[in-house]
Ligand binder design. Structure first.
Ligand code: 1CP
Length: 342
């Protein structure tokens, strides 16, 4: 495993040019993904059928030679495995029956690993098929972000339904976060058992909370997951991505104990450099720069390499790639990062 560059960075070493991968690198911007999606039928069939999921995980590695593959699945398989209904509608996204206060005690984790076993099988098969120098990243959603979808029943612009639920029913909300955290920790442990080298916790909606709620609903449950994963797998690096955490990023690293911080593109360079002094960072090109291409892309990549290339850095986007992004722009980004000289 010594040749996995991303793992060296996770130990705090500086690698230049930095390892590179992209959040949402398996997805609709790839024609081979769209083809596989059509064959699978539904999005969930894609996630739960290892034949499809392995293939889709490997597609971006074959095409671009990224330093890391990320398991193909979704953060919402956890509520689904807890017995909540879930479907993905073309052009809309995930749809679930909104969860109310009385539903919390009905969440049933007794079939969790049975239902998620195809995901573990995918991890095992991907690890076998990946080149030895490629890191395999497993993942889960952070409890707060997963809860926002369970409560609203869909994606929302400001996560108002979940914020309101948290303030009006604090006990039920705390119980909900506990259940998700405990299942997510077990889920990550099983992914690591199956061959994941690193895990990432996606907290896509961390940026809408006030300071107290951020501590209570983002930091605490993630700290619990980190503690439980470390107990079983003390040396496996954990990336935390509290998107939009702004001035609370430093606190988040300190209090959750994550190994590396995923930075969104709004983090100013000077702040990113300070965060990098305490440990590895990942990010943070604006996905719109990648979509635009040309000067916007060149200047964005240059700024990250110049500002963060001197320390432990994993080059990535500041959030997921968008479906309209031209493949040539991704090729250009990877080439530019790989050919960079200090
Ligand atoms: O129709 C399709 O093909 C569905 C599009 C799609 C894809 C490709 C969805 C629906 N999920 C995924 C895969 C996925 N989701 C991965 C695979 C690995 C990779 O990165 O290549 C990962 C890591 C996720 C994680 C995920 N799902 C997050 C966290 C990251 C982020 O982007 O913020 C979130 C919030 C979700 C929920 C979700 N699933 C799918 C959609 C469209 C959404 C977002 C809904 C919304 O707008 O709120």
């Amino acid at each position: 495993m010594a040749d996995r560059k991303l793992l060296e960075v996770m130990k705090g070493q500086n690698a230049f040019p930095p390892p590179v991968w992209m959040m949402r690198q398996a997805g609709r911007y790839l024609p081979e993904y769209r083809e596989m999606r059509k064959r699978a039928g539904s999005f969930l069939d894609l996630c739960y059928n290892p034949d499809f999921a392995v293939e889709v995980t490997l597609q971006p590695i074959r095409r671009f030679g990224f330093d890391a593959a990320i398991l193909f699945s979704d953060i919402l398989v956890i509520p689904h495995a807890l017995g909540r209904d879930l479907r993905f509608e073309e052009g809309v996204g995930p749809l679930m029956t909104p969860l109310d206060e009385n539903d919390v005690s009905t969440l049933d984790s007794s079939h969790l690993h049975h239902r998620l076993s195809p995901v573990y099988e995918t991890v095992r098969r991907v690890r076998k098929e990946l080149p030895s120098e490629t890191t395999l990243i497993g993942f889960c959603g952070a409890p707060w972000t997963v809860a926002t979808y369970m409560i609203a029943g869909r994606g929302t612009p400001d996560q108002a339904p979940a914020r309101l639920f948290g303030y009006k029913s604090p006990e039920a909300f705390a119980q909900l976060l506990d259940v998700i955290a405990s299942c997510s920790a077990d889920y990550l442990i099983r992914q690591i058992d199956a061959g994941a080298d690193v895990v990432q916790i996606f907290d896509s909606w961390a940026g809408v909370l006030d300071e107290v709620s951020f501590e209570r609903w983002c930091v605490r449950p993630v700290a619990e997951i980190v503690k439980r994963v470390r107990k079983k797998h003390p040396h496996v690096p954990i990336i935390g991505f509290p998107k939009g955490a702004g001035s609370l990023y430093a606190d988040y690293r300190e209090r959750t104990g994550v190994t590396a911080l995923g930075l969104d593109w709004t983090v100013p360079m000077e702040a990113a450099q300070i965060l990098q002094k305490a440990g590895p960072v990942q990010g943070n090109l604006d996905p719109m720069r990648l979509l635009a291409g040309g000067r916007a892309l060149e200047e964005g990549v240059d700024a990250i390499l110049a500002g963060l290339g001197g320390g432990p850095l994993i080059f990535n986007l500041g959030h997921g790639i968008t479906p309209q992004t031209p493949i040539e722009h991704v090729e250009r980004m990877v080439k530019k990062v790989r050919e960079a000289r200090q």
